[in-house]
Design a protein around this ligand. Structure first.
Ligand SMILES: Nc1ncnc2c1ncn2[C@@H]1O[C@H](COP(=O)(O)OP(=O)(O)OP(=O)(O)O)[C@@H](O)[C@H]1O
Ligand SMILES: [Mg+2]
Length: 471
């Protein structure tokens, strides 16, 4: 049965801020609409039946500001709770909000706990079943080895449809996206839905091996091809003949190997190391990368002709922070699965914790979210989980473009504040990186893994903060 839905209108002239606030409302219980001016708000309210259950309104907007919008809407909508949000907090300001008929007042930047509080206070009334309408049910399917695929946002549903189409066509596909967004999951689905599903899907990480080893791993070798090659050995391409190969981190492949791969993509042929004859295989190539390949081409690290072979079909997976509505579903699904796998008591997430998780920017995407859920299942301390998330949200939120634009609109000290916030963020980040580097005895690969950033990003940050000098 569908749960009752509360309808909330968010009014803010900054579209990004409006979306961010709407994103703080748990998607399972709230249907948020967003408008960017007082005029639009009035129009929306007049045409909405049943009425909104709550309106979150910015007070500083060009044209009809929040206070005048409030006064006007009170003429025809006496009961709808209106919460005024403002960058400024003074007794006069709060009084003006009360006098205009606002139920509550929130100071920006808005925190998940602020939203949780007003939600708790104003969205409690029992709803009639007729008014209820469920969110689109998420698509969840098992993909083997305890893994699953979940999609509910329009972006991920579109990707799922794309996967369905592309799996039937025997073409190479390039899967791009930040670390931890689910590139391997998508590769798995592409293989599973394809006519090659009964054959193997072999995964090769092109960054994990030195390039000459990678060459023999992929293409095999003949006896005597190099010192130590006593017997001939087939490579992955031969081993998965009839199946699919996933070349992960393809951006790290050396140009020489790229040339060999181009050949395979053109006519399915290659030669083992040390062989005089060509071998022909029928393998579907999927490639994944979290680096900007176009940048790599510009820096001559990636062959343009190979890129054009691979990029005819690209699946670009958005980071989790661009599909925040999926976060509550992931939290519940992961908690449910992990509790079964690890034999732990099931656990619930409080509305505050869900709101904080929705707001956090998850740089490590689903891998980081999975680790968060595992930790929470083991430690079972909602309070400390919330404090941790909010601590990570605060500096990020202040430096995010959405809120930076608020600062931009502030006169005088705004740019000063912005640079203070940025330098605090930099200090925290560099301190944390240095700490992890020390712990990992400056093994950059291990440190990058622990920090859940790419190896390249770590190298860049070491240079940017000049950390080698502080080691
Ligand atoms: N849509 C999804 N549904 C369910 N689980 C997912 C989804 N996307 C990612 N995951 C889970 O998140 C984790 C990271 O996913 P995956 O390994 O596919 O990411 P990736 O993009 O390949 O990361 P990297 O660039 O670091 O290799 C895995 O445990 C995976 O099962
Ligand atoms: Mg991967």
């Amino acid at each position: 049965m569908n749960l009752p839905m509360y309808h909330v209108l968010v009014v803010d002239d900054e579209p990004a801020v409006a979306r961010y606030i709407a994103g703080l409302l748990p998607q399972s219980k709230f249907k948020a609409q967003v408008v960017n001016s007082g005029q639009e708000c009035l129009k929306k309210i007049q045409s909405k039946t049943p009425p909104f259950d709550m309106i979150l309104m910015d007070s500083e907007m060009p044209g009809v500001d929040g206070f005048s919008t409030l006064r006007r809407l009170r003429r025809f909508s006496a009961d709808t709770p209106v919460i005024i949000m403002s960058c400024f907090s003074s007794p006069e300001h709060t009084l003006e909000a009360w006098q205009g008929g606002a139920q509550d007042f929130l100071q920006k930047p808005i925190l998940p706990s602020d939203i949780a509080r007003v939600v708790e206070k104003y969205c409690k009334k029992p709803k009639r079943a007729m008014e209820s309408e469920g969110p689109q049910q998420p698509h969840i399917e098992d993909i083997g080895e305890g893994q699953f695929f979940l999609a509910t946002s329009p972006e991920m549903r579109a990707i799922w449809r794309q996967v369905n189409t592309l799996s039937k066509a025997d073409v190479p596909v390039l899967i791009t996206g930040e670390s931890g967004v689910g590139k391997e999951v998508i590769a798995q689905l592409l293989h599973q839905y394809s006519p090659r599903a009964s054959r193997q899907l072999l995964k090769v990480n092109c960054a994990a091996l030195p390039q000459d080893l990678l060459e023999s791993e992929l293409f095999g070798y003949e006896a005597g091809a190099f010192t130590g090659a006593i017997k001939s050995k087939p490579g992955k391409f031969e081993l998965c003949d009839g199946g699919t190969i996933l070349l992960d981190e393809i951006g790290e492949m050396s140009p020489q190997l790229q040339a060999k791969l181009l050949h395979v993509l053109q006519d399915g042929t290659f030669s083992r190391l040390g062989a005089r004859v060509n071998t022909k295989v029928n393998v579907r190539v999927l490639a994944a990368t979290n680096v900007d390949i176009e940048q790599a081409i510009a820096e001559r690290r990636f062959r343009e002709d190979l890129y054009y072979r691979l990029n005819a079909f690209v699946i670009k997976i958005p980071p989790l922070r661009e599909r925040r509505e999926e976060i509550p579903y992931f939290l519940n699904e992961l908690a449910r699965r992990y509790s079964v796998i690890h034999g732990l008591e099931p656990i619930e997430f409080s509305p505050e914790l869900i709101a904080a998780a929705v707001l956090y920017h998850w740089p490590g995407n689903l891998r980081e979210l999975g680790n968060f859920v595992k930790r929470y299942l083991v430690i079972r301390d909602a309070e400390s989980a919330l404090v941790d998330l909010e601590a990570k949200i605060r500096p990020h939120a202040a430096a995010s473009p959405a809120l930076a634009s608020d600062e931009d609109s502030m006169p005088g000290a705004a740019s000063g504040l912005k640079s203070v916030v940025r330098s605090m963020k930099d200090q925290t980040e560099s301190r944390m990186i240095l700490e992890v580097l020390d712990q990992s005895k400056w093994n950059r690969r291990i440190a990058a893994e622990r920090l859940q950033i790419s190896y390249k990003a770590l190298l860049y940050k070491i240079r940017m903060y000049n950390l080698e000098a502080s080691a």
